[in-house]
Design a protein around this ligand. Structure first.
Ligand code: MN
Length: 761
């Protein structure tokens, strides 16, 4: 992709016109090469031009100190490093800021990048300036770690850092603006990151402080870096449309001015071209191109006082047809960032839609410069009370936001006051009761549920978004009202949610809950196994007694022991022996003596049969016999025996797919039949596969059904087939096929069970 090398952006030109509307006939600010570094004298002159009481000595000393401190350091462009703090100071003189701010700008990189110290700056320039420079140093350090940190967290730190003195923010914004103007010299990778951060944090922050000029320039510079092709296209269209409409623009200006003059009003009317970034976002938002003049031009009507603003509005509205829905009165109801103006759109001269902003000179200043327009020059214009009131608005927002961000309490107010402007990376949703839940973008209902409360997340089974049923994985949009439906039956979430959740909080909670739930299931299973053994052996079981035996089992708690038994890590008989050291293990009868065969534990009360008593006919005595290793066989199955020389005979049900392997060797096939003695019930191995709904406790339910129907569970293995289903492979011992079928049918009757199959290996 061809990257257009942006020409050096205008610095002085932009700054000079900061307080004024862009003149109509100047389509684009021409790049102005910087011929020489600003001199000490130039800087002092700039400050003196708006502040006759400036402390020249202070400015001069700061200039010299910073220049010496940075010494031979250079910027990426090759310029002496000192040009940077000097340009930052120059930007702030355009905002007509006080001496302390200008000096802080000159010194802003000295603590971090040179030998200078806070103590030295305090000593030479006073603690007020020292504190400003230190605040800026903290921000710079913050920037260095910003890649890893979350933006909202960064913003919180940023706001905390500027909490003590808003002038830190003004210097920071000027610093960023100069860095953005010279971004072309920075390597591609960091260029993008800086531009993104500017667009995400600094531009909205400037806007929030009412500094529209600053915001627009930051946005356009970011836009040009992040999407050079789009930027070029928009600029070309803008220039073409401007050229084509030059006459019309002049015509509209003069007609408007004449109308006001005829009605005895002195108005300054000027057309102002909209900025590429704002046009682009509008095009993107509405998926439209721009063709109308009103899409690219707005007209500003500056009146001497508030009353004339309303009179001008009356004249406009009685002269030209009004476009409905476009009228806004921000004079009677200022925006949170102190912006005041009347907006309206009419079908004006030449049947063109004309967008108008009507306001006083003072309002215009504030609209462009925001907090910088009045924060420090209170003897400038307007009544001090009015100024203070407006000031407190912007400051109040800042302090309020900091308060909320640092306490992360009362998010409703937070939303109200920030109006989402600053948080491109967040979505704000509501509970049915109107409580605000802030989440990162791309978060879904699962994240929402955990943000409300861990218990809500763990027991969530469904949801409604804006009153409509929706999947829990639905991505949330700003303003969504979300009702989470919960079920007491679900005490832990499906573990698959962990990969669906977008927030770390939800993921951690899900991991914790599923880990606990799985452990609980194993512990429950283990407890049943242990209890069964104690019943059979007529030993007394007591938790206290097991507690005393924990060291012998090398486990920390009773639950740990039970879970280990459930998982098959320790045997129930180990538990019995730990509690009763003279406990003798139950007699276990194995049919045949080989490894890997189905082992059948028999109650100790039952007399064991000798191995030869395996109830199958057709086998030469003496040969070891075992059942098919993966699935076994039970009376009622049609069976065959397969002879393995040197090993013995394996009994397979006739439906076993494993028999395929022996098709080529008919000599190994043995015709066998069951020979069960009805009077002495005996158990046989079988394997089933149960697909059950992935709910906590479902394993316990399955185990209970099997136990209630007198089946013995020999082994269980679990695997997760999908977010919703778990597959259990259960080796059990039953009396016969009828018994097995009964158990299978009972399992199928359970609502949590989706499917049960006999498995033959
Ligand atoms: Mn800097």
């Amino acid at each position: 992709m061809a990257v257009s090398r942006p020409s050096p952006p205008p610095t002085q030109a932009a700054a000079d016109s900061a307080a004024l509307a862009t003149p109509v006939a100047v389509p684009a600010k021409p790049p102005k090469p910087r011929s020489r570094m600003m001199r000490q004298y130039d800087l002092v002159e700039r400050v003196r031009s708006y502040n006759p009481d400036t402390n020249e000595d202070l400015l001069n000393r700061a200039y010299v100190y910073a220049m010496k401190a940075h010494g031979s350091q250079t910027r990426a462009s090759g310029d002496p490093y000192f040009t940077h703090p000097l340009e930052v100071a120059a930007i702030l003189t355009d905002l007509k800021l006080d001496d302390a701010t200008i000096v802080a700008a000159l010194l802003h990189d000295t603590i971090e990048d040179t030998e200078a110290t806070r103590a030295e700056i305090d000593h030479l320039f006073g603690p007020e300036i020292g504190a400003l420079v230190e605040g800026l140093t903290k921000l710079k350090r913050l920037e260095l770690v910003s890649r890893e940190a979350k933006q909202a967290e960064n913003l919180r730190k940023l706001l905390l850092a500027i909490a003590d003195d808003v002038r830190v923010l003004l210097v920071k914004l000027a610093d960023r603006l100069h860095n953005m103007r010279t971004l072309e010299f920075v390597p591609e990778a960091s260029r993008r990151r800086i531009a993104e951060e500017t667009l995400d944090i600094y531009a909205p922050l400037a806007g929030r402080m009412g500094m529209q000029e600053m915001r627009e320039e930051l946005e356009d510079l970011s836009f040009r870096t992040l999407d050079p092709d789009a930027y070029r296209v928009v600029m070309q269209r803008l220039d073409a449309l401007t050229d084509r409409n030059l006459d019309l623009i002049g015509e509209i200006e003069s007609q408007l001015a004449k109308k006001f003059r005829d009605n005895g009003l002195t108005a300054r009317v000027s057309g102002r071209r909209k900025k590429p970034f704002s046009i682009w976002t509008k095009m993107e938002r509405k998926s439209i191109g721009f063709e109308q003049l009103s899409d690219i031009f707005g007209f500003r009507v500056i009146m001497p006082d508030v009353e004339s603003c309303y009179r001008a509005l009356g004249i406009v509205h009685t002269t030209w047809p009004v476009v409905p829905g476009r009228f806004k009165d921000y004079i009677s109801t200022p925006k949170q960032n102190d912006y005041r103006s009347i907006h309206t759109t009419v079908i004006g001269p030449g049947k063109q839609r004309v967008e108008l902003q009507i306001r006083t000179q003072e309002m215009d200043q504030i609209a462009e410069l925001g907090i910088a327009a009045h924060a420090f020059y209170k003897d400038d214009v307007g009544s001090p009370t009015e100024l203070l009131k407006r000031e407190s608005n912007a400051f109040a927002w800042l302090r309020h936001t900091i308060g909320i961000l640092s306490e992360s309490a009362n998010p409703e107010e937070f939303l109200e006051h920030t109006k989402l402007e600053l948080f491109h990376d967040q979505v704000f949703c509501f509970t049915p009761k109107g409580k605000l839940i802030a989440l990162p973008r791309h978060a879904n209902v699962i994240d929402f549920a955990y943000a409300v409360h861990t218990d809500v997340g763990n027991s969530a089974v469904g949801c409604k978004i804006n009153g409509k049923f929706a999947p829990l994985s639905s991505e949330l949009q700003n303003g969504d009202e979300v009702e989470v439906l919960t079920s007491e039956a679900q005490s832990a979430p499906p573990s698959a949610w962990e990969s669906l959740a977008a927030t770390g909080k939800a993921r951690a909670a899900i991991r914790r809950a599923t880990r606990t739930a799985v452990r609980d299931q194993y512990a429950g299973l283990g407890r049943r196994i242990v209890e069964r053994l104690f019943e059979r052996t007529k030993l007394d079981y007591a938790d206290d007694k097991l507690k005393g035996a924990l060291p012998r089992l090398a486990r920390a708690s009773i639950e740990d022991v039970m879970a280990a038994v459930g998982r098959g890590e320790i045997k129930a008989s180990d538990v019995a022996r730990a509690m009763y050291p003279d406990y003798k293990e139950e007699r276990v009868v194995r049919y045949g003596a080989k490894k890997g065969q189905a082992a059948v534990a028999k109650p100790a009360t039952e007399p064991p049969r000798p191995p030869s008593a395996i109830p199958i006919r057709g086998i030469n005595s003496g040969l070891p016999v075992k059942f098919a290793p993966n699935g076994g066989a039970v009376p009622g199955d049609r069976i065959v025996g397969i002879v393995t020389p040197g090993e013995g005979i394996t009994i397979y049900p006739i439906q076993s797919p494993a028999l395929k392997d022996f098709e080529e060797e008919p000599e190994r096939w043995l015709d066998v039949r069951w020979d069960v003695d009805e009077s002495t019930p005996q158990r046989f191995p079988a394997r089933i596969r149960v697909e059950n709904v992935n709910e906590p406790g479902s394993l316990a339910q399955v185990a209970t059904v099997i136990a209630e129907h007198d089946g013995n569970i020999d082994n269980i293995s679990m695997s997760r087939r999908s977010p919703d289903f778990t597959e259990l492979t259960i080796d059990l011992e039953v009396y016969d096929l009828k018994h097995l079928s009964a158990i299978i049918n009972q399992l199928r009757a359970k609502t949590i069970v989706a499917r049960v199959d006999r498995v033959n290996g």
